[in-house]
Design a protein around this ligand. Structure first.
Ligand code: 4AD
Ligand code: MG
Length: 477
C-alpha cells in the first residue's frame, strides 16, 4: 500500500486501488462521508466509511479538526462534486479534536476572528490558498533570479547602520534595560553592549547588497526587514520580507526594465502553476464584492487584475508630470483627496498613487525622478540639483509595491548628502569605500513581498498574507 497526499491522489492517474492517507477532518456527515484535507491542495478527498463495520467509539471521535489515518480503496465516486473517493477499510484516530471548543468550525469566520486564531487559520480554504501562493511566489522569485544570472546574498539582520536614514529602527541589545550603563553625558554607554556599539534590526539589506553588486555584479537579497514606524494601516507591517536586487553598471532605465520583467514573470508563474488556489480566491473576492455597495466594488476580478499587470506595459511617468496630473484632477479640485496636492515637492499618499494607476493611466505606473528631499540619501542626484533618480512602482489596489533607485556613485556628492542629514562618515566608511575604489553606475530596488502577496491573492489586509503579523501592539504567537 502506498502513502499519498491528497494532491497526488487527485492529480495523478493512479491505477492503484489500495491507498493510505493521513489528514485532518473538515466535515463528517451522515455518519458516512468524511471530507479529509491534508493541506497539499485546496481539495478534500472524500472518505466513505461503512459505519456498521467501525467501532462506535472511533466513529464518535471522527470530528472536525481531528487527525486521522485511513487506508482503503480508491474508486470513482458515485456522488457529485468529486471524481474519486476512498472506500475506507481501516481508520485510525491519530489526534482527537474537541467539537465544543475547536475554533475552526465548518462555517464562515471573519478574518478578525481568524487573525486571533492564526495558529489554526491555515486549516481554512482561504488561508491555505493564500499561504500556498506565498510559497509559490517565493519559489518563483528565486527561480527568476537564478535564471537571470543573479547571486542570492544574505544581508545581515543585525546592523549598525540605518539604510533608509529614517530612524525607524528596533534596537538590539543584551544590556539589562533596568540597569543601563551610562557614560559621562548620562547617555547609554553602548561600548558595554554585546557588539560594543549601538545596533538595530535592519530596515533594508540594500547597502550591503550594493557592496556585493560591486564585486559579484548581479545580486539579490530576500529576507526579513523591520520598521518601527507606528503606521497601523492595512499595508504596513513592523516585520516584513523584502526582495532587493542590486546590479552593477545598470542605470535607472535598466532598473525599470528589470523590475517590470521580474514582476510579470512571478505573476505569470502563479497564473500557470497555482490555478486552483487563484480561482478559489478569485471567486472569494467576487462573493465579497457582491455584498458591498456598488461604489466600493472592484472594477476587475482578481484574475483580470493579474492579467492587467502581465499584459500591460508599465507606464513611466516623472514625479513632476504626476503632480501636474494630480493637481488638475477632479478629486483634487473637488477636495475629495484627504491630502490635497498644491505644490511640487510633497510626498504622494496612497490615494494619489491609486488615482494615477486605477483612474488616470489604467495600467501599472512607474514614477521616477522624485524630489531629493522626500527620498533617501543614497539616490543619485539629477543635474537639476533638486530631483533624484528614484523610482516607485504603483499597482492597482495596492499603491507602492516597489521602491528603488539608481545609486549615487560620486563620492563627493554622497558625502555632502550624508552630511546634510547628519549621517557620520565613520558609520558608513565601508559604503563610501565603494565610491573610492572602482565606483560605477549601479541600481536596484526593493519589492515588499507581502504587498506582492496581497496583490496576487486579492487579500485586503497585509496581516492576512504573512503567517504571524507583527504590528503596533501585537506580537502574539
Ligand atoms: O521604498 P522602501 O522603503 O525602499 C527600500 O527600503 C530600499 N532600500 C529598497 C531598495 O532600493 N533596495 O521599501 C521597499 C518596499 C516598498 O515599496 C513596499 O512595498 C515595502 O518595501 N514596504 C513595506 N511593506 C510592508 N510593511 C512596511 N512597513 C513596508 N515598508 C516598505
Ligand atoms: Mg518607498
Amino acid at each position: 500500500m502506498q502513502q499519498f497526499t491528497v494532491l497526488e491522489l487527485l492529480s495523478k492517474d493512479i491505477s492503484l486501488t489500495e491507498v493510505e492517507i493521513r489528514g485532518w477532518v473538515r466535515t463528517f456527515r451522515a455518519n458516512r462521508f468524511i471530507a479529509l484535507n491534508d493541506g497539499s491542495t485546496l481539495k478534500n478527498i472524500q472518505c466513505v466509511v461503512d459505519f456498521e463495520s467501525l467501532d462506535e467509539d472511533v466513529l464518535k471521535r471522527i470530528t472536525t479538526g481531528a487527525a486521522i489515518h485511513v487506508t482503503g480503496n480508491l474508486v470513482e465516486s458515485q456522488g457529485k462534486g468529486q471524481s474519486l473517493e476512498i472506500q475506507v477499510k481501516t481508520l485510525e484516530i491519530l489526534g482527537d479534536s474537541d467539537p465544543e471548543t475547536y475554533p475552526i468550525q465548518p462555517k464562515k469566520h471573519s478574518f478578525e476572528f481568524l487573525r486571533e486564531n492564526a495558529h489554526l487559520r491555515t486549516r481554512t480554504n482561504t488561508f491555505s490558498a493564500v499561504m500556498r501562493l506565498r510559497s509559490a511566489l517565493s519559489y518563483a522569485i528565486h527561480r527568476y533570479f537564478n535564471e537571470n544570472g543573479f547571486y542570492y546574498m544574505h544581508a545581515p539582520i543585525i546592523t549598525g547602520s540605518d539604510a533608509e536614514g529614517a530612524g525607524e529602527m528596533f534596537k538590539v541589545t543584551s544590556l539589562d534595560v533596568n540597569n543601563l550603563p551610562k557614560n559621562g553625558g548620562n547617555k547609554v554607554d553602548y561600548s558595554k553592549d554585546f557588539f560594543g556599539k549601538e545596533t538595530n534590526l535592519t530596515v533594508s539589506g540594500q547597502l550591503e547588497a550594493e557592496t556585493y553588486a560591486m564585486s559579484l555584479g548581479k545580486v539579490y537579497t530576500f529576507g526579513p526587514t523591520f520598521r518601527a514606524e507606528n503606521s497601523n494601516t492595512s499595508r504596513h507591517l513592523a516585520e516584513f520580507w523584502m526582495i532587493e536586487p542590486e546590479v552593477a553598471f545598470m542605470d535607472l532605465a535598466g532598473n525599470m526594465d528589470l523590475a517590470e520583467d521580474f514582476l510579470k514573470y512571478v505573476i505569470k508563474y502563479v497564473l500557470e502553476n497555482n490555478k486552483e488556489d487563484l480561482d478559489f480566491l478569485d471567486k472569494r473576492l467576487q462573493d465579497e464584492d457582491k455584498r458591498k455597495p456598488q461604489a466600493e466594488r472592484n472594477d476587475m476580478t482578481l484574475l483580470e487584475k493579474l492579467k492587467f499587470v502581465t499584459d500591460n506595459h508599465f507606464k513611466r511617468v516623472s514625479y513632476t508630470e504626476a503632480v501636474d496630473i494630480l493637481r488638475n484632477s477632479k478629486p483634487n479640485k473637488k477636495k475629495k483627496f484627504k491630502y490635497l496636492i498644491d505644490d511640487w515637492g510633497s510626498d504622494l499618499q496612497s490615494e494619489h498613487e491609486r488615482f494615477l494607476v486605477e483612474k488616470h493611466f489604467k495600467c501599472p505606473v512607474i514614477l521616477f525622478d522624485y524630489p531629493a528631499d522626500i527620498k533617501a540619501f543614497y539616490m543619485r542626484l539629477n543635474d537639476d540639483g533638486k530631483t533624484v533618480r528614484a523610482m516607485d512602482i504603483l499597482f492597482p489596489g495596492i499603491g507602492e509595491i516597489v521602491g528603488g533607485a539608481q545609486r549615487e556613485e560620486r563620492l563627493d556628492i554622497l558625502k555632502e548628502k550624508m552630511a546634510a542629514i547628519n549621517i557620520p562618515e565613520e558609520e558608513l566608511w565601508w559604503y563610501l569605500d565603494l565610491r573610492k575604489y572602482g565606483t560605477a553606475v549601479h541600481s536596484g530596488f526593493g519589492l515588499g513581498f507581502e504587498r506582492l502577496v496581497m496583490f496576487v491573492t486579492g487579500m485586503n489586509n497585509i496581516r492576512d498574507v504573512i503567517p504571524y503579523p507583527r504590528t503596533p501592539q501585537n506580537a502574539e504567537f
